[in-house]
Ligand binder design. Structure first.
Ligand SMILES: [Zn+2]
Length: 236
């Protein structure tokens, strides 16, 4: 999970939503790491999990057009080995994917298709979570596709995950023009801050969780207030 968090922090510097992941095999160790590349690739499907899988299947390269280079070699980035698709699928049957936020429906479905053994995540994603929160795509019985599904463990390193997400929203809000701040805050927090706040709030009521939860609550309250005013005005 520390490698997933390190990857998430790297994406923070690129103004990507800081989601990072790491795929680890019990005998071979780290097979792949990645973070979100949505903005860099201008492709909304390039979530950390998809990029990590792409790199594993493509000898360290990501399959999207704009991110063809291997990630720079660092302690967190493994030396990618050329393997056949069949070899990668065999390794994934025994591997765990660690990610700081619950995989969305797209990624949870992809992880089912490639046959990952287990997913361990930090904070839950109540809006888009596909590993049990919104949809249980990891459960074999959920889809009649004959796939075995995978184990899911949530809440591991939850507080750190929330803190990294909070850093992102603080950074985003600090850079936004004053006129756009309030509007943007409401939208973005609804996507991830809300999830982070709820997850952290559940985790023993830590200060970060309470703060994030309050911020999400404020944003939601502002939106509700706006809707109420609009409705009132229309009714007049
Ligand atoms: Zn995703």
């Amino acid at each position: 999970m520390s490698l997933a968090n390190a990857a998430a922090l790297q994406s923070l510097a690129l103004s990507e939503v800081p989601i990072g992941c790491c795929i680890s095999h019990p005998a071979l160790g780290v097979l792949s790491t990645a973070h979100n590349l949505v903005n860099a690739s201008r492709d909304p499907t390039r979530h950390a999990e998809m990029v990590a899988l792409d790199r594993l299947f493509a000898d360290g390269q990501s399959s999207d057009r704009l991110c063809l280079n291997k990630p720079p070699p660092t302690p967190g980035n493994p030396p990618y080995v050329k393997r056949s698709r069949a070899e990668v699928l065999e390794l994934l049957k025994e591997s765990t994917l660690y990610v700081n936020c619950e995989p969305c429906i797209q990624c949870a479905g992809a992880l089912r298709v490639v046959g990952i053994k287990r997913v361990v995540y930090g904070c839950a994603n109540p809006r888009f979570g596909g590993a049990g929160t919104l949809l249980p795509l990891h459960e074999s019985s959920f889809l009649p596709d004959g796939r075995p599904g995978y184990e899911v463990v949530g809440g591991v390193g939850e507080r750190e995950a929330v803190n990294v997400l909070r850093m992102f929203y603080d950074q985003e809000n600090g850079q936004a023009p004053e006129s756009k701040k309030r509007k943007k805050e409401g939208k973005r927090r609804a996507d991830y801050g809300e999830a982070a706040g709820e997850a952290a709030g559940e985790a023993a009521g830590g200060a970060a969780g309470v703060a994030a939860g309050e911020a999400a609550g404020e944003a939601a309250g502002e939106t509700a207030e706006g809707t109420e005013k609009k409705a009132k005005k229309e009714g007049e």
